[in-house]
Design a protein around this ligand. Structure first.
Ligand code: ATP
Ligand code: MG
Length: 331
């Protein structure tokens, strides 16, 4: 049996009194693209640093392709490529020299693909790193990771600073990597990116995994927004099982439905509804539902229903960026 691409059991990390990650049990199958979401300070980068073996778990363990991330960092790094959200690079090297160096660290480079990537990302490798804009530095670390064709791509907010054209180029590259059977672990705040690229989504909050599943599963277990227009009198939908957040405006009623829509449909059919619109929640609504900040659809509920409000989640995020990280490797 093939080991999973990523497996963590009880993975936890404390920094002094801060529980940055708490009992994470996560499994990413070979060839899967998993999105990793959570507000600032939720523990995404901490998870990634544990996977890279650059910090030691307080308890629990993490494995990549069956290898323990902390005990076998060298073997682990032969199989993965990493893109940090903000890389510390060598300012006086050129782009080309940096790619060469990072390629040597990784050990494998597809030279033809590297050249193709430089074209697709419209990247000029002849400049010194200190002269690159933020977006160009980000392209450099992306190319460095993609050119390795590593079995696992670990991407921590990889498109920070990229313009929409480059964001599109990135999406195409991820889709191709997936086609080739590479596994991708993508932390991102860009929900449309996650929605477009990922097979499954994991949502982290204050160091704890609160949701994981396919978007279809999450949507299925969440509320549906329904809008119905009637010929005559508007029925009272608030008494229908599963229906909440009923709003009436003239002949139109808007509401949310959790669980089966059958009871609502039978009421609508019996009340002369002449127009019906229904919409599944977007990933953004699902995401917001976990943070008690009043989602646009009036309170989507998900399987775990674990949304908690209060301090914790966002409080420690800003200004707590860990020490500088070098792209492409960590060991
Ligand atoms: N080296 C460190 N020392 C002390 N606390 C840390 C350290 N690294 C992270 N933390 C704390 O751990 C928690 C999780 O941080 P982490 O960087 O993993 O969040 P994140 O989900 O990546 O957030 P963001 O979306 O802002 O990148 C935060 O409370 C943070 O302040
Ligand atoms: Mg982070």
């Amino acid at each position: 049996m093939n080991p999973a691409a990523i497996r963590t059991s009880g993975l936890s990390k404390r920094f002094g009194g801060v529980r940055a990650l708490n009992d994470l049990n996560l499994e990413v199958a070979l060839g899967e693209v998993v999105g990793y979401l959570g507000p600032n300070g939720a523990g995404k980068t901490t998870t990634i640093r544990l996977l890279l073996g650059s910090i030691r778990p307080s308890s629990g363990s993490a494995e990549i392709f069956g290898l323990d991330c902390w005990r076998n960092p060298t073997s682990v790094h032969r199989r993965l490529a990493y893109v940090p959200g903000e890389a510390s690079l060598w300012p006086s090297l050129t782009g080309a020299e940096t790619l060469h160096l990072l390629g040597r660290v990784q050990g494998q480079v597809d030279g033809a693909y590297r050249d193709e990537l430089m074209g697709r990302f419209d990247f000029d490798p002849s400049k010194k790193v200190r002269a690159y804009s933020k977006g160009n530095r980000q392209k450099l670390v992306l190319i460095a990771a993609l050119m390795t064709r590593a079995d696992l791509l670990v991407l921590d907010e990889p498109t920070a600073g990229l313009d929409p054209l480059m964001e599109r180029a990135f999406r195409e590259c991820v889709a191709e990597a997936r086609q080739r059977g590479q596994t991708i672990f993508l932390s991102s705040h860009i929900l449309s990116e996650v929605e477009a690229l990922c097979d499954r989504v994991a949502i982290l909050r204050a160091g704890k995994l609160v949701e994981i599943g396919t978007l279809a599963e999450m949507r299925h277990l969440s509320t549906l927004s329904v809008e119905a227009t009637f010929e005559g009198a508007v029925p009272d939908l608030s008494v229908v099982p599963g229906v909440t957040a009923v709003e009436v405006e003239g002949a139109t009623v808007r509401c949310q439905v959790a669980g089966s829509v059958a009871p609502l449909l039978s009421v609508l059919a019996g009340s002369g509804a002449r127009g019906l619109l229904s919409r599944e929640p977007s990933l953004e609504e699902l995401f917001l539902a976990h943070y008690g900040t009043g989602p646009a659809n009036g309170g989507a509920r998900t399987r775990t229903g674990a949304a908690r409000t209060g301090a914790g989640a966002g409080a420690a995020g800003a200004g707590s960026v860990p020490d500088g990280e070098v792209a492409g490797h960590g060991g």
